[in-house]
Design a protein around this ligand. Structure first.
Ligand code: UT7
Length: 333
């Protein structure tokens, strides 16, 4: 990455929100033909959270408020709000606008970004670029998804995977180039569009009784097909960013992977030569929360005192689109 710019974008704050209601594997044993052993061994998930009342903007607002409170700062200091989500409250206005209004960020602009499970990674790079430009001083990047709003709870292949959550990071400029975002490798490949999608409700299939009857407003996933490309895509790009930045496995404090399936995470860590203690995991407690997984890991590990300033992290994700990528971040708080 070019070093001639004045500022690096560094993470200066984190925040999160998970709803209280827990859906454990026993709950799914009651509603579909599945069992705890299958879910744990095939995915690594034990439980996930459910937002019973409210929408994605409520999750995102609570994560933003948690961040502001922990930083002891006011919302009017925020310049930009980016919300990564595939479950916006509505097509428009953007969820970012709803969050802006809820928290009272009266000097901010912002927008939503749609990149499914890679949403946080893509929004993080976007936010960092705004900081690096020198034009903005405080950018809030939020990953938020109410996956329960697009999950078919009669489809055992998919319903056991997803949960609701939101998490946020604050980006600020630093003239210290040894900390903050060092590099990103991000990719999209729309030839994967038939493996993971929600086909109803958009301009292709506007909502009708038929789209509802055909369950087109729910996630469709060819799990096996996605698994194959996700394992390769996430492992390859994580390895590539290590090579490009001359990082050995000893140099890396943590892999911060999107939490879709423990087996995909293990394969990525193995390719990078990382032992299990260097991999952030919380899929067991939250399942796949789409855009929220990576900042949720960062927030929990930071608050537990498990990451410190100067730690080298590789953030990595794969999702619908296909979208995927990896970022090399040096922790700064
Ligand atoms: O985050 C965005 C990107 N998404 C991903 O990365 C997800 C990628 N895919 C996966 O993680 C995995 O493919 C799944 C967890 C979705 C499925 O695991 P799998 O090992 O690929 O299972 P499968 O789809 O090949 O199914 C194996 C068997 C099938 O039965 P038969 O045909 O072998 O008799 C399924 O019907 O397991 C069955 N099955 C289940 N059994 C019990 C599928 N879902 C369930 C279930 N409980 N919930």
């Amino acid at each position: 990455m070019e070093k001639d710019r004045k500022f690096n974008a560094v993470v200066t704050g984190v925040g999160m929100y998970v709803p209280e209601k827990i859906m454990d594997n026993a709950f799914f044993e009651k509603i579909v033909d599945t069992n705890d052993e299958w879910i744990r061994s095939r995915t690594g998930i034990r439980e996930r959270r459910l937002l019973e009342n409210g929408a994605t903007s409520d999750l995102a607002t609570k994560a933003a408020e948690d961040l502001l409170k922990s930083k002891n700062m006011t919302a009017d200091e925020v310049d930009v709000i980016i919300v990564a989500t595939v479950t916006p409250d509505m097509f428009f206005p953007a969820t970012a606008c709803l969050v802006q209004n809820n928290i009272g960020a009266k000097n901010a602009w912002g927008f939503d970004l749609s990149a499914a499970c890679s949403g946080f990674l893509f929004a993080f790079q976007t936010g960092c670029s705004l900081i690096e430009s020198g034009r903005y001083k405080k950018v809030m990047v939020i990953g938020a998804d109410k996956m329960s709003s697009i999950t078919d709870y009669t489809d055992r292949n998919n319903c056991i995977l997803f949960g609701d959550a939101a998490s946020a990071v604050l980006l600020e400029p630093s003239e210290d180039h040894t900390i903050g975002l060092q590099d990103s490798l991000l990719r999209i490949d729309g030839s994967g569009k038939n493996a993971l999608y929600m086909s109803g409700g958009g301009s292709l299939n506007p909502p009708t009784h038929e789209t509802v009857d055909k369950k087109m407003h729910y996630i469709f996933q060819d799990g096996k097909a996605v698994f194959k490309v996700a394992v390769k895509g996430m492992a390859d790009i994580s390895y590539e960013i290590m090579q490009k930045n001359n990082l050995s496995s000893e140099d890396i404090a943590y892999l911060v992977p999107h939490q879709a399936n423990l087996r995909i995470i293990d394969a990525t860590a193995e390719r990078m030569g990382l032992s299990k203690d260097k991999v952030m995991i919380n899929i067991d407690r939250y399942g796949n929360t789409t855009a929220a997984t990576i900042p949720l890991c960062l927030t929990e590990y930071y608050r537990d005192g498990k990451i410190k300033k100067g730690d080298k992290l590789i953030l990595s994700a794969f999702g619908a689109g296909f979208t995927w990528g990896a970022s090399y971040l040096v922790w700064s708080i």
